[in-house]
Design a protein around this ligand. Structure first.
Ligand code: GAP
Length: 452
């Protein structure tokens, strides 16, 4: 169990520039967050590491960066216009909307995945369930999560389009263009990092569930006989990558989704869950989507996705095995996992290669120009190689505490001895141990101890 709750993470994230409530000067905007300077650094590092690991290192996987708004038919073909819905109930007095499954699960503590509106109505009636404000609830109904936008310059040419509800759909309709332009042969994959939008009824906690979020997805196109091996490969590679980010192994687990929980396109869905301060929750999915996507895009567009095996003459529509992780949700995993309260300090024990700053340089005292000058020079040299902070405010103890909170793995102090013998003190974030090393070896030392 965590020794902190999510509010601890929220307050550190805001106070130290990781995550801000969006539009704060206008009173905020529900469930929307802006990533501050330090959150942005971690997100950039994560994206680069992920791209390197899952795209660049795979000879049969390439990347894509597609438009957010595509032809509206894409979302009809994908099934989202008809089936991408949660069941909602409304407080008859306050008009506040709730996800029926969350309300029932909170009240009766029973799983309700995949229940129909009728099934929810029966449960609500039988158990006399009220809204959290103790008011009558409306009848349950489906609520579509696609975010609609009006595109066009004049009202008569306006047409309804959708912000993408998942980043993978453009990968599907680009199948032929990627395959031909890149001369790909099955099995091959296409990955993408980008924003997705969902009109979620219930949001939070914090930025766990938001209406705008970023996903990192890979779609592997293959023959159906290759699907189970690919699912296993994704499971193994996912866990390897997540643990390489320093996430505690005992707080990660796989969970197979039941038939009723699965999205309309999935034949098999395995979640990866993390033990957040608010319970075990999903933050990654590995899905077997069968031939749903290419068959549907074929039907709706008239384009053929049929492949033929020359040797046997077998014709088939490629099946899809999907890897999908929420980038922002992964950041919440990392912040929750790294947040550590110790007796005398708060430390963000994030893996050193993910830390926003890899080192911080301090002059021991402020009133000695020789020491300050030397510290500034050492800072400038180190900062050329790796993100480095400089701090000359307050006393050394306070500077350590300040860097501990943002996860800086090493603090380097320049003092009187530095002027005499060219050595500096390097203090380790986690052990608090200090060593003395030659200034000339500093860059190497920090790079070696903060790389993957
Ligand atoms: N293409 C498959 C797909 O989108 P999903 O399980 O709906 O599957 C994949 O979403 C991942 O996207 C989730 O595991 C989660 O990390 C992230 N995600 C989904 N909805 C989200 C939301 N409202 N806010 C933040 N992240 C979300």
């Amino acid at each position: 169990m965590s020794n902190h709750d999510i509010q601890d993470v929220v307050s550190l994230a805001k106070r130290r520039g990781f995550v801000f409530p969006s539009s704060q000067i206008y009173g905020g905007w529900e469930a929307t967050y802006d990533f501050g300077p330090l959150g942005t650094e971690i997100l950039r590092t994560l994206k680069n590491l992920w791209w390197e690991n899952f795209i660049h290192r795979k000879p049969n996987v390439v990347g894509l960066d597609s438009a957010i708004i595509s032809h509206p038919r894409v979302w009809e073909a994908s099934g989202h216009v008809d089936s991408f819905a949660d069941v909602m109930v409304e407080d008859k007095k306050t008009q506040k909307r709730y996800r029926a499954d969350h309300l029932i699960e909170d009240t009766l503590n029973i799983p309700t995945d995949g229940f129909t509106p009728q099934e929810f109505d029966e449960l609500i009636g039988k158990n006399n369930i009220k809204s959290p404000d103790n008011n009558e609830l409306s009848q349950a109904k489906y609520f579509n999560q696609l975010v609609e936008v009006q595109i066009g310059t004049t009202s008569d040419t306006k047409s309804t389009a959708y912000l993408r509800g998942e980043t993978c759909q453009p990968i599907f309709y680009n199948y032929g263009l990627v395959k031909d332009s890149m001369r790909m042969k099955l099995p091959f994959g296409v990955g993408q990092i980008g924003k997705a939008f969902r009109n979620e009824i219930k949001v939070g906690p914090f930025f766990f569930r938001t209406r705008e979020f970023e996903q990192m997805e890979i779609e592997m196109f293959l023959h159906p006989s290759e699907a189970s091996e690919q699912l296993e490969t994704f499971k193994t590679e996912s866990m390897e990558w997540l643990t390489s980010l320093g996430i505690s192994k005992d707080k990660l687990k796989f969970r197979e989704q039941e038939f009723k929980e699965r999205a309309h396109y999935n034949k098999i869905a395995t979640d990866i869950e993390y033990s957040f301060p608010f319970g075990w929750k999903e933050f990654q999915g590995i899905h077997y989507r069968g031939d749903w996507d290419l068959t549907r895009h074929g039907e709706f567009s008239g384009h053929s996705f049929v492949e033929k095996i020359e040797e046997t003459g077998e014709e088939f529509v490629p099946h899809i095995v999907e890897y999908s992780i929420g980038l922002s949700r992964l950041l919440l995993v990392l912040l929750s996992d790294a947040y550590t309260k110790e007796e005398d300090r708060l430390v963000l024990k994030i893996a050193s290669h993910l830390a926003p700053y890899k080192a911080a340089v301090f002059p021991l005292v402020r009133n000695k120009p020789e020491i300050t000058e030397r510290a500034k020079k050492i800072f400038a040299d180190l900062n050329l190689h790796t993100p480095t902070a400089f701090d000359d405010r307050g006393n050394i103890g306070k500077r350590y505490l300040s860097q501990d909170e943002i996860g800086t793995p090493f603090c380097v102090t320049i003092d009187y001895d530095t002027l005499d013998d060219g050595t500096v003190t390097v203090r380790d974030r986690d052990s608090k141990e200090q060593i003395r090393i030659a200034e000339t070896k500093l860059v190497d030392y920090i790079l070696t101890n903060t790389s993957v």
